[in-house]
Write a protein that binds this ligand. Structure first.
Ligand code: HEM
Ligand SMILES: *[C@@H]1O[C@H](CO)[C@@H](O)[C@H](O)[C@H]1NC(C)=O
Ligand SMILES: *[C@@H]1O[C@H](CO)[C@@H](O)[C@H](O)[C@H]1NC(C)=O
Ligand SMILES: *[C@@H]1O[C@H](CO)[C@@H](O)[C@H](O)[C@H]1NC(C)=O
Length: 430
């Protein structure tokens, strides 16, 4: 397939390097020649009242749209093929859809390069973000170079609870609330789906997802005795599970180059079918719709772009910038100070201002303890170098050592595992 060769990855990472400090400016620079076009200006005026992505979020000016390169092929070798009994399908609807359409190996086990290539080609994920996410998975939950999108205990996304897979996800169950981390909870789907009652104008944009994110956070406090919102899993990964819904699933067009995510497209990507009053979830049948257009590669969803979206979420709820957990009973949520956790390297305000820095530096400092390996040893070395290039590009302050003593408050913090587990005493299910 080879959409991103390794030299393309290098180029993309270098490009990202330049974008880091001024993501807004860089994106304006890219779209400026198009904005000069008169017809485009008229389009902009029409759109200025309702920006599809929501009020404040990027992009500030509409990105380019090129139908030919953004239309995703779902015929021939890329026709939908439902998973068979030997095929892994797990919590991530994006990766499940890629495997169902043979953009990833149909068995659901892929190499880092395959993840980077497929997510770039089909969804317009920035190579920096794809490399970060897939290297972390391969090293922490896989063989070092490849991993499963489902998998058994401590292998693949399914077994990665507490180090990758996490609580208060959009649609999938909290592990200790339901005894599974991979069930789609229809009540959670309805919570989101019903936020846009009119099918003709429905758009699950960042505004909508931010509200949903805050509701799900509160719901885990109210219902999951072992809810943990960790430095890496909570502050970074769990935000992605929400922003990715609009950023990667939206359909793009000349009229809406930022993308619009309507009801049918959301259902297709989430493997939901049936009429509104009788929605059905079929595990693992996530499907890329016909006539679906991804984001433009000039508007790739990179790490700096993702960080801007996290800050848009956290601006509505400072609690999202703080580590915390329930102490073994529902509604016992306590925040844990970033400064305590990082031995003073980050104040709470510094962690809040740059959540990806805090999350990634925390992961780097925690990894040797988590894996029992040295940061520079072979298998961990490749992850260290990817994470370090992220923190270098963002200009992050290092965390010398972590102090996780405070996390002893959180019974859920030491409970790794999945995809199944005992239901916590006192858990409330919908
Ligand atoms: C290499 C790339 C990717 C990796 C390693 C990855 C990994 C993960 C992991 C570990 C989770 C579980 C997080 C949690 O527990 O909340 C997850 C969930 C999720 N992912 Fe991905 N993902 C990738 C790409 C994508 C793409 C391209 C999309 C969108 C098309 C996507 C959409 C989602 C969504 C919406 C969820 C939340 C599911 C739910 O609870 O409803 N991911 N992913
Ligand atoms: C889609 O991909 C298949 C190969 O699997 C190819 O035969 C077909 O021509 C492609 N369709 C388009 C519209 O590019
Ligand atoms: C995406 O938008 C285009 C232009 O409006 C439309 O023709 C196409 O059907 C849409 N795709 C989906 C899957 O809704
Ligand atoms: C680690 O944090 C705890 C508070 O959670 C504190 O009591 C302890 O002194 C800290 N340890 C060190 C070495 O600073």
């Amino acid at each position: 397939m080879g959409f991103f060769t390794s030299s393309a990855i290098t180029v993309a990472c270098l490009a990202v390097n330049n974008v880091v400090a001024f993501p807004h400016l860089a994106m304006d620079g890219m779209t400026a020649p198009i904005a000069a076009d008169v017809a485009y200006k008229q389009l902009l005026e029409r759109q200025s009242a309702t920006r599809p992505q929501g009020g404040a979020p990027l992009p500030l000016t509409p990105p380019p749209f090129d139908a030919a390169s953004q239309l995703i092929n779902v015929t021939g070798a890329h026709a939908f093929v439902a998973p068979g009994s030997g095929d892994a399908r797990g919590e991530c609807p994006g990766l499940n859809a890629l495997a169902n359409h043979n953009y990833l190996p149909h068995n659901g086990i892929a190499t880092i390069n395959e993840f980077v290539s497929a997510t770039g080609q089909v969804f317009g994920m920035g190579a920096d973000l794809a490399l970060f996410l897939s290297t972390y998975g391969a090293v922490i939950d896989g063989s070092g170079t490849s991993w499963s999108i489902s998998g058994g205990p401590h292998v693949g996304i399914g077994g990665s609870h507490g180090n990758y897979e996490t609580d208060s996800s959009p649609l999938k169950s909290d592990l200790y609330q339901y005894g599974s981390n991979s069930k789609l909870i229809l009540e959670q789907f309805h919570e989101l789906y019903d936020m846009q009652p009119n099918a003709a104008t429905a758009n699950y944009n960042l505004d909508v997802l931010r509200t949903f994110r805050n509701q799900r956070f509160q719901e885990s406090i109210n219902k999951n005795p072992y809810f943990v919102y960790g430095p890496f899993t909570g502050m970074a990964v769990s935000q992605a599970a929400f922003t990715f819904i609009y950023r990667f699933m939206a359909n793009h067009s000349a009229e809406y180059p930022e993308g619009v995510l309507n009801k049918d497209v959301l259902k297709s990507f989430m493997s939901i079918s049936g009429p509104e009053n009788n929605l059905v979830w079929t595990p693992g049948h996530e499907r890329i719709p016909s006539n679906w257009y991804r984001r433009n590669t000039a508007d790739a969803y990179t790490i700096p772009y993702f960080e801007t979206d996290i800050l848009y979420f956290t601006s509505s709820n400072p609690q999202l910038t703080l580590v915390g957990c329930n102490e073994g009973k529902v509604d016992t949520y306590q925040n844990i100070d970033a400064s305590t956790l990082s031995n003073g390297a980050y104040t709470a305000a510094q962690a809040a201002a740059n959540p990806i820095c805090f999350a990634t530096e925390f992961a780097l400092a925690e990894l040797p303890g988590l894996t029992g390996l040295s940061l520079t040893s072979g298998v961990l070395g490749s992850l260290t170098s990817v994470l370090s290039s992220v923190t270098k590009n963002l200009g992050c302050k290092a965390i010398g050592s972590v102090n996780t003593t405070a996390l002893a408050l959180c019974p859920g913090f030491t409970l790794y595992g999945g995809p199944t587990a005992p239901v916590a005493p006192g858990a409330i299910q919908s």
